[in-house]
Design a protein around this ligand. Structure first.
Ligand code: AHR
Length: 340
């Protein structure tokens, strides 16, 4: 398997060596050392049978990535013998806050959540701290100035994902130009939307051949991706590139592009993020040009962290996934290996 990676800037896009997809490698950040936590205040009373009780507030079920993430969390909790209290926030911050408060009332041992948006968590995180219930952030980060409000973060480097998408585009368009880019952004205010936008702009923004002509949220869903792409196509006749912050929006956009009588992947280059099977199929069919991987299968690592945190052991403050970049020429061979 091959993929593009920022650590190999001298290699052509065909030669990049892929980070082994599903393998999550713990990469403690130098600046964020391990942190010793006291055993939780819940003390196993959440389920009454002595097993660790983990309250998890999921974002929603907006994408194929999210479905895979939920399955990974549920299956891994079962396998680890952890009692899981699962809540689906339907992409609403107020629902997530209510779920966290309910976990506090139920005295779970550990709370985990993937924050819908980055800001606005301090109050509820302080409530968890007052109740002596440790919090693990999964997948998405919060922008709180006080990082003692959570024990650890496990997930992806979204800025790097945006950079990888940008680097692929710059490489792929080396001899040509100018190019008009439209962007389907993820949920407004979410860490992946903010960071992917930043990383992509960091690379593409300094290349004068590229012009951002439209950028709007598609809320990480297929339906909104299609809807927003339809409006882009109506107002702009000269779109060369679509950068979609996730595969589901790219797949929705493909429908809009085809309905507008254009060829996705040819008339409009498409780069997206996640790496769900359907996006690999679209790449194999020539409709998406490149997919930057984002790994949702973090359930086993989350459960290891839950056990350690509940036992009062030290854990790294930040744990990142190792991920790759895939191009059309790799899609067919890689399809059978995709686990989500
Ligand atoms: O936080 C990860 C992002 O959230 C994924 O890219 C997207 O598909 C999901 O909804």
């Amino acid at each position: 398997m091959t993929a593009q990676g920022s650590s190999h800037p001298g290699l052509s896009r065909r030669n990049f060596t892929m980070a082994l997809g599903a393998a999550l490698v713990a990469v403690p950040l130098a600046a964020c050392g391990g942190e010793k936590k006291k055993p939780s205040g819940g003390g196993g009373s959440g389920d009454g049978n002595g097993a660790i009780t983990f309250g998890f507030a999921q974002v929603g079920s907006e994408s194929g990535w999210r479905t895979a993430n939920t399955t990974s969390i549920k299956e891994s909790a079962k396998k680890a013998g952890i009692t899981l209290k699962f809540s689906d926030a339907q992409q609403k911050q107020e629902n997530q806050i209510a779920a966290i408060r309910s976990f506090i009332t139920q005295k779970v041992d550990v709370i985990g959540f993937s924050p819908v948006v980055e800001s606005g968590w301090d109050t509820v995180l302080k409530e968890a701290r007052d109740a002596k219930i440790p919090v693990i952030l999964t997948d998405r980060a919060v922008d709180s100035a006080d990082d003692s409000l959570y024990v650890t973060f496990i997930g992806s480097d979204f800025v790097e994902e945006g950079r990888r998408a940008g680097k692929w585009l710059v490489e792929d368009t080396k001899e040509d130009g100018p190019f008009n880019i439209v962007v389907l952004e993820g949920t407004t205010g979410s860490a992946p939307a903010n960071d992917r936008k930043k990383g992509f702009a960091e690379i593409v923004g300094k290349d004068k051949r590229f012009r951002f002509i439209a950028s709007q949220t598609g809320d990480f869903t297929r339906a909104k991706g299609k809807e927003v792409m339809e409006s882009f196509l109506k107002s702009h006749k000269d779109i060369d590139v679509l950068f979609a912050h996730n595969d589901d929006m790219a797949i929705g956009a493909i429908q809009a592009i085809e309905e507008a009588g254009k060829k996705p992947g040819e008339d409009i280059r498409i780069v997206s993020i996640d790496g769900i099977k359907e996006a690999f199929q679209a790449m194999a069919d020539g409709k998406i040009n490149t997919v930057v991987e984002c790994n949702p299968l973090i359930g086993p690592q989350v459960m290891d962290l839950v056990k350690k945190v509940a036992a009062g052991e030290s854990v790294d403050k930040r744990i990142e996934a190792e991920e790759g970049v895939f191009t059309q020429d790799q899609a067919e061979a890689e399809l059978p290996n995709r686990k989500y």
